[in-house]
Design a binder for this molecule. Structure first.
Ligand code: LMR
Length: 394
């Protein structure tokens, strides 16, 4: 049997992570995988997470199964965080999932189950694993233009034109904030135009929100998702706690199925629980429990929000200093977009050859499409990167 297996394509983000580890050079700089690092290059456990873990260790008296959709208290807390009061809780089916990837995977499975004809429109570019999972599930992915190589902003005209080719029932996958991999985002007026188009054409939005709190703040980053959820008849929302709670390895996420028709909720909820059962039965609980404790405790929540805000501001500071240094060295404003992008990533907008040159000659690791993890930088490495970018002729 095993001899029939075929080698699968390597995930380019994870392959780069390995290549970085294998590089013996001391001065190498990792701008690859989307993991936050502080100025010392450490991905810290957030204070509030430590405090919640301590409390959990003292208070938890059972590790028995919870429920197929996870703890409802986790869903409630996360719905509050992501959707605020934009949608009545009674209209939302929700299930805990292993991370944001698990939420995306379950969402795609639900789409295929509900409408096998549906195609999923994805931004060009999008997170590569979106495409990989869609392909694996046999769902047709349709690219819509998103990134403008000239301005390094959103090609909004192209996006709208491409979305107009979608058929009723097709799904539009949108990044709720902090677009991965580009860092370029729609403003709220543009979001509204996309919503109007989706309403007009009977398209179903699916929002992947994995970086809430990393862009313009916890509330601002949720604004677009809320705008969508309160206006469309139905949508799917895949939320991740990996980044904003710093609990990457705990695999903590939530899939929400929102419907304006409250009568639909039970079926949605039962379907999410069924899908969990088929794939892994009970979703992981540890991270979800920590998140619930933090969101439901005023002190822990304030501490978490403060630390997250520090993380956000440090990334904004790095963006600005990189843009300034590039302005100084290149004598031009063509890198100003770095300060305008939001979230963990920016797409530099250069060729794979130049990306390879930066890796080979300078030990700077970014994804082949020139996505950089801004959080991989610090005050020491910003000038090194800026100089390498200019010297490499980017
Ligand atoms: C990334 O885009 O680097 C992260 O979301 C990590 C991953 O799983 O790819």
């Amino acid at each position: 049997m095993f001899e029939h297996l075929k080698a699968q394509p390597a995930d380019k983000i994870l392959a780069l992570m390995q290549a970085f580890k294998d590089d013996p050079r001391d001065r190498k700089i990792d701008l690859g995988v989307g993991v936050y690092k502080n100025a010392d290059g450490v991905t810290p456990v957030m204070h509030a997470i430590k405090a919640a873990e301590h409390r959990l260790w003292e208070e938890q008296d059972s590790k028995a199964y919870v429920g197929l959709a996870g703890d409802p208290a986790f869903a409630d807390a996360m719905i509050g965080l992501v959707l605020g009061d934009s949608v009545a809780q009674s209209n939302i089916g929700a299930a805990a999932t292993p991370g944001g990837t698990g939420a995306c995977r379950q969402a795609f499975e639900l789409i295929r189950m509900a409408n096998p004809e549906a195609r999923v429109f994805v931004s060009d570019p999008t997170w590569p694993n979106h495409l990989s999972i869609l392909k694996y599930l046999g769902i047709e992915a349709m690219a819509y233009r998103y990134f403008d190589d000239e301005t390094r902003g959103v090609d909004f005209g192209g996006m709208i034109e491409d979305l107009k080719t979608a058929k009723p029932g097709d799904v539009v996958l949108l990044h709720g904030c902090c677009h991965n991999p580009t860092g370029a985002n729609l403003n709220l007026t543009e979001w509204q135009a996309v919503i109007d188009l989706m309403l007009d054409r009977g398209l179903v939005p699916m929002i992947d929100i994995a970086y809430q709190g990393f862009g313009d703040g916890l509330e601002a980053d949720a604004a677009a998702t809320r705008l969508v959820a309160e206006q469309v008849p139905e949508c799917l929302i895949a939320a991740s706690c990996s980044k904003n709670f710093g609990i990457y390895r705990e695999r903590t996420g939530l899939l929400m199925a929102v419907s304006q028709d409250a009568g639909q909720r039970k079926l949605n909820q039962d379907t999410l629980a069924f899908l969990n059962r088929q794939n892994y039965s009970f979703p992981p609980d540890h991270g979800a429990r920590l998140v619930t404790m933090i969101l439901n405790d005023d002190g822990l929540r304030a501490d978490w929000a403060r630390e997250l805000e520090d993380v956000r501001l440090s990334m904004l500071g790095l963006r600005q200093s990189l843009a300034d240094e590039l302005q100084r060295l290149s004598g031009s404003d063509r890198f100003a977009f770095l300060a305008q992008h939001r979230g963990m990533f920016s797409r530099l907008g250069t060729t794979p050859d130049k990306v390879e040159k930066l890796r080979a000659d300078y030990g700077i690791y970014m994804i082949g499409d020139s996505r950089m993890n801004i959080a991989g930088l610090n005050a020491r490495t910003v000038p090194i990167l800026a100089k390498a970018i200019v010297d490499a002729g980017v």
